[in-house]
Design a protein around this ligand. Structure first.
Ligand code: BMA
Length: 863
């Protein structure tokens, strides 16, 4: 799967780079790989890119690490050294070239690499790419490449023991599950994805492996190392420069450099190349540029810019697909504090999205289809930003390519989260190189909107008591040393790298923070609000805890039953069973879901109902938050909830489970992130009806609010013609409690339906209940359905007589429905689609269906 993705990538590179004439030849070493425990004699087949765990699994040496409690039996793997081996030949023609190198695009993490028995490389950072000249050792036949991977835990313990003081680390490093001697939290010493050591949504599976391709490269006269397309000015024409870094074997008196835009030659220059590294800067322009827009604001035009260098018989070229746009982060003083919002193409843009974590604990498993699924899901849910969070990885090329194509801006963290880090010289040097490698790799992507130093480290130091604890338990001098390491990394090394390699993109040192080195506040900068969940505060607090930009907030749910069935057996089906608790990593997990659930809903009658109500609860909470942020856009200009996806099957804050199934949250988010929404705001004695819009135009519309009972009888309606102002949020109508009481005395059997229409089109719609769900006297909705099919989809047409809340089309389906977990007002009809996938017949589809609504989750006695 992964192999296919890289093969496509390398085929593309191969086609671009050219073959015979180019002088630069690239081959990914993907075959003949074997692996074994260091010291063992028997070699087993291995897949590169891959990990030790996935190779052991493929060889049936271990059981599925995600099934039930298996994770706990596999902790020996990270305490073992492993060895990988392959052989390869180099065609004579390539061998005769003056430069032959091996590029390692990702080795996890500590390794010694030997070619033909010579040590050619030592690695100590999974995020870096390494290149080694092997000209002197390479031969035509039977080159022996051996990679010895040292146990990350053993290496970590060495580094831990060599540090004369304790560096604070959050409890996310699950050293206890890892059975690490003395419970040492070693993750911070290794430049390796933090979440491999466990997280409050992730397993503890500390991998080793060659996780990105190994490339054999040969070239003669010169090779282009890098092309950075910088956008200088964007007006009637776009002025750009191609900054080219190129290595030449010898001085070349005349080389021709050509720049193509969408296959059209637009610039030619002659340059003299020096032996060694050359840096060239070629200005060029694009007439009548078409701008790139975030999702929902316009098209995502991408221009293919290619740079071709030729000298006599040698050619090399590199291409990037780039969008023309400006992204500015505006952090300026205002009447509240300091703003924090993005302007895209000069337009203040409300950021709608989520936080993203790696899609699997085993990084080589997600394939192209998985990447497309997550990013399509983000796009479909009307998102325009994802935050690539700092405890995971700098993602694969494909992730950013899809973001470029889909109009999803990326808030890119550097890989530091929830821990203080060492700050010795070699650590800083390593981090600097990691940052250079990744900024250079990603800076051409139009989607990159922000580089952020770390996740929650400043908050932890200043607000969670870490600094005080270090002073109390160790000394003030040690606290100074630890803080100096922080400022060296986040206030010096990283911003220097961004300034040098991607000067047009803003750097923000820590999420959340008010400004450089100043901890979080709701008046300035970005914020993570965890009062709901960790603080057990009510969902209603989302309406009052409004920061300038909400970069994290969240609430958990379980995966749906069909997903839970994949990692459990029926006897595990209790939220407090050992297996369900193990697939829950938040210290307050399942009990907190239950506690909030009982605040809002009646106690569900059984385990499947509990899972289902947990989805409704999560969607209700988080969409309340999203709409609160959008209603307050004068103050708050972004809403990124925690988290869009999962890295294994688990109860978590995700809106899409590990198997790709949308939870109620994702369906709900899609509605709350629509361009224009209507939303109710509950005051003490009145209800405000808001319209929030990202549409840039003003338009006339009609707002109607109707009061119905659950049988469908209209009790009253309010109406107002409104002028909606572009890119604003405003309260357009207020209905007092007193007024409502004139039309009904039974708030538990009625609902309000607000509809916004313009030119006979329904723009937005929202339902509102006047009492908590658990107090509603829900009738039997008399829900019926029929099924049919068209070429690509099965269709379910639902009809109901009375109010139905949270209609859920369940069953063992791998694919998502066009809508799910929706409310149906009395006497309505709704048709839902599901792609046919691998369900062969309509009959089979029908038999799999299990349709319920909220009332079905109650015992008859709880009605
Ligand atoms: C935030 C994140 C993660 C964590 C999540 C839920 O703090 O940055 O560290 O998983 O909250 O606790």
């Amino acid at each position: 799967m992964k192999l296919l993705q890289y093969t496509v990538l390398f085929l593309t590179i191969f086609l671009i780079v050219g073959c015979e004439k180019s002088g630069v030849n690239e081959t990914a070493l993907t075959t003949n790989w074997k692996f074994k425990k260091l010291g063992d004699t028997e070699w087993k087949n291995a897949t590169i890119p891959g990990t030790v765990h996935t190779d052991l699994l493929a060889n049936k040496e271990i059981e599925d690490p995600f099934y039930r409690l298996n994770e706990h039996q596999l902790q020996w793997i990270d305490k073992t050294d492993w060895e990988y081996h392959t052989t390869f030949n180099i065609p004579k023609k390539e061998l005769s070239k003056s430069h032959i190198e091996l590029d390692f695009l990702g080795v996890d993490t500590y390794s010694k690499i030997y070619l033909n028995d010579s040590l050619i490389l030592k690695t100590d950072n999974m995020f870096r790419n390494y290149s080694v000249d092997i000209k002197a050792i390479a031969k035509e036949q039977n080159n022996q490449l051996r990679v010895v991977l040292e146990s990350p835990i053993k290496k970590g313990i060495e580094l831990y023991d060599a540090t004369p003081f304790n560096i604070p680390v959050s409890g996310n490093d699950l050293s206890e599950i890892g059975k690490v001697e003395g419970n040492k939290k070693v993750s911070i010493f290794l430049r390796k994805a933090g979440y491999h050591f466990g997280w409050d949504w992730g397993p503890r599976l500390v991998t080793s492996g060659i996780w990105r391709p190994v490339i054999l490269k040969s070239w003669r006269a010169f090779k282009i190392d890098d092309v950075f397309i910088r956008q200088k000015k964007l007006g009637e024409k776009a002025e750009l420069t191609a900054q080219i870094t190129l290595q030449a074997s010898n001085k070349i008196s005349k080389s021709t450099i050509e720049v193509y835009v969408d296959d059209q030659l637009i610039k030619t220059e002659k340059q003299q190349l020096q032996s060694g590294i050359n840096t060239l800067s070629i200005p060029f322009s694009i007439e009548n540029p078409e701008l790139w827009w975030p999702n929902g604001m316009g098209n995502q035009k991408l221009y293919t810019v290619s740079v071709k260098v030729t000298d006599g018989g040698h050619t090399d070229n590199k291409s990037h697909r780039i969008g023309l746009r400006t992204v500015e982060l505006i952090t300026e003083k205002d009447t509240i504090g300091n703003s924090f919002y993005f302007k895209v193409n000069s337009i203040p843009t409300f950021m709608k999205g989520a936080n993203y974590i790696p899609q699997d604990v085993f990084l080589t498993r997600p394939n192209s289809a998985n990447y497309k699924h997550i990013l399509n899901s983000a796009k479909e849910a009307n998102m325009n930003m994802l935050r690539v969070w700092g405890g995971g990885i700098y993602e694969n090329e494909e992730f950013y390519q899809l973001c470029d194509e889909m109009g999803i801006l990326v808030w890119q963290d550097f890989m530091f989260a929830c821990a203080m880090f060492p700050g010795d010289k070699s650590f800083l040097k390593n981090v600097r190189q990691e940052a250079i490698d990744n900024v250079k790799r990603l800076r051409n992507h139009t989607s990159i909107a922000l580089w952020c130093g770390n996740n929650e480290i400043l908050s932890a130091w200043e607000r969670w008591g870490w600094k005080q604890n270090v002073i109390k338990e160790q000394s003030e001098a040690i606290a100074d040393t630890i803080w100096k390491a922080y400022t060296d990394v986040f206030h010096k090394v990283l911003p220097e790298v961004v300034q040098a390699y991607d000067p047009d993109t803003r750097y923000w040192a820590s999420s959340p923070s008010s400004s450089l080195g100043v901890a979080e506040s709701h008046d300035s900068g970005d914020a993570h609000y965890w009062g709901v969940w960790w603080g057990k505060e009510p969902f209603e607090n989302y309406n009052v805890k409004i920061p300038r930009f909400m970069s994290e907030f969240g609430f958990q749910s379980f995966p749906e039953l069909a997903s839970v069935n994949k990692y459990t057996i029926p006897e595990d089906h209790d939220i407090f069973s050992e297996v369900m608790k193990s697939h829950q990593r938040s210290s307050i997990g399942n009990g907190t879901i239950e506690e909030y659930m009982l605040r809002h809903y009646k106690k569900p009658k059984d385990f499947p109902s509990f899972l289902y109500v947990s989805h409704l609860l999560q969607a209700y909470g988080i969409t309340t938050g999203i709409e609160a942020h959008r209603k307050n856009r004068d103050r708050c200009m972004g809403s990124l909830y925690w988290q869009i996806n999962d890295c294994w099957p688990v109860a978590s804050w995700s809106g899409i489970d590990y198997y790709g199934k949308w939870k109620a949250l994702h369906y709900g988010v899609k509605k709350s992130f629509k361009k224009t929404i209507v939303s109710f705001n509950k005051g003490e004695d009145s209800l405000g009806i808001y319209i929030a819009t990202d549409s840039l135009k003003n338009y006339n519309a009609s707002l109607s609010v109707k009061l119905f009972n659950f049988d469908g009888k209209e009790l009253h309606n309010w109406h107002k013609d409104v002028l909606i102002k572009g890119n604003t949020s405003e309260e357009y109508m207020t209905i007092s409690k007193e007024e409502l009481q004139q039309f009904t005395s039974q708030f538990d059997t009625v609902f309000l339906q607000a509809k916004l229409t313009s030119e006979k089109q329904l723009i937005a719609e929202k339902l509102h209940f006047l009492v908590p769900f658990k107090e509603l006297k829900l009738p039997n909705p008399e829900l019926t359905f029929s099924v049919s099919e068209n070429e690509d989809n099965y269709l379910v047409t639902l009809k109901n007589k009375k109010m139905a809340i949270g209609v859920f089309i369940g069953g063992n389906f791998d694919l998502n429905f066009s809508d799910n977990y929706f409310d149906m007002t009395p006497n309505s009809e709704k048709t839902i689609y599901i792609p046919k996938g691998n369900i062969p017949t309509l009959e089979e589809f029908k038999n799999k269906l299990n349709i319920i609504s909220l009332i079905d989750s109650y015992n008859s006695t709880t009605l």
